[in-house]
Design a protein around this ligand. Structure first.
Ligand code: PEP
Length: 283
């Protein structure tokens, strides 16, 4: 198999390439993406990627698309390993600047990520929305910057606990989604990945029930259909994120509108992450 870098064989980066025959009948290939957050140095990154890649069988990596999202400082090491050993794993960045280059100290641009072979970049993660006060307009600008660099955004939306308790979570998430997709064309949206991540479930050990995850992912798909039409919406992968582990991934991933997971804490432990990947459709 060819090494996986930008524009090479990671599926999901080109229109229609996220469709496979081995699935739940949806035509959408399951995606499991590990968001390492601010954990693991570049040496630890190499060890973890090696373990994940060598534990998973080629057939499993064909069926489920597996992506790691390390800190920026690890990306060059991950690229070298993935390219050198021709690993069937994708990788991406946790954030990017809305600008392509220039006087933006501390920021990382889409072209810099693309040069490192990143296929994906996370935009709008709740930790960035909270810690860096990123609003939907900024998230949309980042998604556009990702497309400009040829990188697929993994766009995160999700409600805090108070909003869920108030019963307005669906309209809140759909509003976030529409705002964060402002200016994104249907052609671009056809390749996007949406991650529904209830904030109250992130890093807490509290997972949404499979039915709650399904209900929101279906509502997200409905909003995508209103924005881009039924055909585009039917091809977009919608992930669930929030305390996904090997023990609960199977039930979540069998839900018809849940196309995989964005995984935080459990993606730092090879056995756990591999267990989550194995919860996808059988190879
Ligand atoms: C995340 O950071 O996107 C996430 C879902 O974290 P965790 O799996 O640890 O809840």
């Amino acid at each position: 198999m060819a090494p996986l870098g930008r524009g090479r064989s990671v599926r999901g980066t080109e229109k229609g390439k996220n469709r496979v025959s081995k699935d739940k009948g949806t035509g959408r290939r399951t995606l499991v993406a590990g968001n390492w957050k601010m954990n693991l140095n570049h040496l630890e990154a190499i060890a973890l990627v090696q373990k994940i890649a060598f534990d998973l069988k080629p057939a499993e990596l064909e069926t489920v698309e597996v992506v790691v999202i390390p800190p920026f400082t690890d990306l060059r090491s991950v690229q070298t390993l993935v390219d050198g050993d021709k690993l069937a794993l994708g990788y991406g960045g946790q954030d990017l600047s809305p600008h392509g280059s220039g006087a933006h100290t501390g920021d990382i641009s889409g072209p810099l990520l693309a040069k490192l072979g990143c296929s994906y970049v996370v935009v709008g993660h709740s930790e960035r929305r909270a810690d860096h006060h990123e609003d939907d307009a900024q998230v949309a600008a980042k998604a556009k910057a990702a497309y400009a660099a040829g990188i697929t955004p993994i766009l995160c939306v999700g409600e805090v606990e108070e909003i869920r308790a108030a019963g307005t979570h669906v309209e809140h998430v759909l509003g976030q989604l529409a705002g964060s997709l402002a200016g994104i064309t249907a052609e671009q949206a056809a390749t996007i990945v949406i991650a529904y991540e209830p904030v109250w479930a992130i890093g807490t050990g509290r997972t949404a029930s499979a039915q709650d995850a399904q209900d929101m992912c279906a509502a997200v798909r409905g909003q995508l259909a209103r924005l881009y039409g039924d055909e585009v919406a039917a091809g977009i992968r919608v992930l669930y994120g929030g305390s996904v582990k090997a023990a609960n991934a199977g039930e979540l991933f069998t839900m018809p509108d849940v196309d995989g997971g964005l995984v935080g804490g459990a993606s730092l432990v090879a056995e756990e992450f591999v267990g989550i990947v194995r919860s996808g459709p059988p190879a």
